[in-house]
Every structure is written in C-alpha cells, then in structure tokens.
Design a binder for this molecule. Structure first.
Ligand SMILES: [Ca+2]
Ligand SMILES: [Ca+2]
Length: 190
C-alpha cells in the first residue's frame, strides 16, 4: 500500500480564490517508486457574505448637521458594493461612506445598510440614526455675553441676570396691526 503525497499548487492556499483547480496526487509505493498519478478537479465557490469590521453602530446628530459615517465590510471576493434602503434621505458611496441627501428632520431613522461581495453574497446591518434638536441653557456670564442686554445685567451678581438700576428704553416695539393678523416693528429711537 502506497502513501499519498498531495501536490500543492501555489495558488491553492488557505484563502482560495473562486475558480476551478486541478490537483495532482503522485502516489508512490513505500520504496519510493512512482506508481499512479491521480488528478482531481476542485471547484471553489464563495457562498459567504462580507463581514462588518467593525459592526456598524447607531448615530446621533444634531438637527442641521450632516451625517458622515464610514462603514467597512471585508470579503475575499472584492469589490464590495454598499447600499442603503432609504435612498430618499441617505447615500452611501463605494467606500461605505454614508451621508444625508437632504436636511434631516428631527426624529429616528432606521437605516438598513448592505454590503455585497462580487458574487452577490450580502451582509446587512440595521442602525438607528437619531436627529436631535439640541437646546442650550444660558447659565453663566460667558453665555449671557453671547447676546445683547437691554435693561438687565450680570455684573452685580454673577451667573444670573438682574434688572439694571437705571431706566432703559427698549429700542423697539412690536405693534399689533388692527384688523390684520400681523405685527409691525416700531424703532423707538427713530
Ligand atoms: Ca464572500
Ligand atoms: Ca469604508
């Protein structure tokens, strides 16, 4: 009984590319004399979807700002093509960079991202994109100084507002227009 010495082709590694391969086995007897050569054909298919690296995660953005989120999937059968289910609000480019198409309303968007290899095996990932209206609380002197004060100050007691001692005339007034659902601005210093 001879033993088998499989011939290993250089392209026949651990990570096999899709294709058809011919594998030749030279069978020797125990004395090393050549006996029978056996030829086998091996078919390699890719049936596995790409793998997310890292797995996409949820995003939170402020209203009026833009989403710029780059996702990545890897696979032996490149190139990978990316897709998103909501093409009204989002796009994804060939590198997996997700952007918004339009100004996103506040709320929650569930986005189904796909990554397909060259043979159509597809991985999916659903992420939640939250668009929030951030509000700012004005508490400190530095916050107050972002605006213009009329009739108030924060110098006597810091980090809070109080009425100024002197009488200040407001520089404008809004006057309701009789009979119309409108207002007019009246600059009192003119
Ligand atoms: Ca694959
Ligand atoms: Ca990417």
């Amino acid at each position: 009984m001879g033993h088998h010495r499989p011939y290993r082709d250089s392209q026949f590694g651990d990570n096999m590319t899709v294709g058809t391969y011919t594998v030749t086995y030279d069978v020797n007897d125990s004395s090393g004399n050549p006996a029978i050569q056996v030829v086998r054909t091996v078919y390699v298919n890719d049936t596995t979807p790409p793998v997310w690296v890292p797995v996409p995660s949820d995003r939170i953005i402020g209203y009026g700002s833009n989403l710029n989120y780059d996702v990545n999937a890897i696979d032996l059968s490149n190139p990978i093509s990316y897709g998103v289910n909501d093409t009204t609000n989002f796009t994804i480019d060939v590198n997996g960079l997700i952007r918004n198409n339009t100004v996103l309303n506040t709320g929650v968007y569930f986005l189904n991202i796909s990554a397909s290899d060259r043979y159509g095996n597809t991985a999916y990932s659903i992420i939640k994109i939250t668009v929030k209206q951030y509000s700012k609380i004005y508490t400190f002197d530095v916050d107050f100084d972002e605006g213009t004060f009329i009739g108030i100050e924060h110098g006597t007691v810091h980090d809070q507002l109080q009425l100024t001692e002197g009488v200040t005339t407001f520089p404008m007034m809004w006057i309701a227009n009789a009979g119309e659902d409108t207002v007019s601005r009246w600059d009192t210093d003119k």
